[in-house]
Structures are given as C-alpha cells and as structure tokens.
Design a protein around this ligand. Sequence first.
Ligand code: CMP
Length: 140
Amino acid sequence: ANQRTLSIIKPDAVAKNVIGEIESRFEKGGLKIVAAKMLQLSEEKAGGFYAEHKERPFFKDLVGFMTSGPVVVQVLEGEEAIAKNRDLMGATNPKEAAPGTIRADFAEAIDANAVHGSDSPESAEREIAYFFAADEICPR
Ligand code: CMP
C-alpha cells in the first residue's frame, strides 16, 4: 500500500554534511520527500517525540544527542514506505547494519545512528503529526 513515514536525519549526519547523500538513498530507493524542514530541537520537543522511551536508561543521553545540533525532519511517501525506509536505514545499531545501508555507511554508534524512521503505521501517523501540519505536506 502507499504509505507515509516520518524520517529524521539526526545531528551526527547533519554535522557530517551528508544530508544530500542520505536523501539520494531515499529517492533512489523509490521514496518521495513530500515534506521537509531543518530544526534545532528543544529538550521538550525531543523528549516528547521519544516519550515511549522515557523509562529507558538511555533516554537522557538520547534527548541530549538529539538536541546537540540541527536535524532534518521529513515525510517520505511511497509503496510500503515504512518498511522500505527501515530497509534503507539498516539495523538500529550500525555495527549490525547490513552493508550498503545508510547506518552502515554513515553512522558510528547506536545513539549517533544517522537516521530515525517510524516503526509502524501507528507511530508514523503520530510522528508525522508531531512535526507537520497538514498543509506542510505536499503529496505529488
Ligand atoms: P531511533 O530509531 O531514533 O529510536 C530510539 C533511539 O534510541 C534509537 O534510534 C537509538 O539511536 C537510540 N538508542 C540509544 N541507545 C540505545 C539502546 N541501548 N537501545 C536502543 N536504542 C538506543
């Protein structure tokens, strides 16, 4: 089915100046960027985004990392976009990510892992609405 998913290019990848290379992976993989903006997340905005991880031991470091520099938040659209994005990203831990995936090629560590992608249709819906108003999404 045609789907939308929320993608974040994290501060490590923005700092490495590989935004374009990562976008190219999505486009070559058959996904369309239908919304995008660069943001400096506040602690509150990052913490709310990762609310489901609030009780995890890495939560504080995760919020610290996600607020350490600008991110690019975007909506990707396409056939099975949620799974396709996750395939293109590779495993959460870059050490376990398959060769040729974004995390294998651009990420250093489980926290500085270059990209985020929604993990289900329910989280995609919540995450897209967390960052974008309806009129900021431009299907094409
Ligand atoms: P993400 O898909 O953005 O969702 C939660 C993030 O927590 C995950 O990617 C990782 O970057 C980060 N994280 C940091 N430490 C861990 C850990 N030990 N296990 C899972 N995720 C972690």
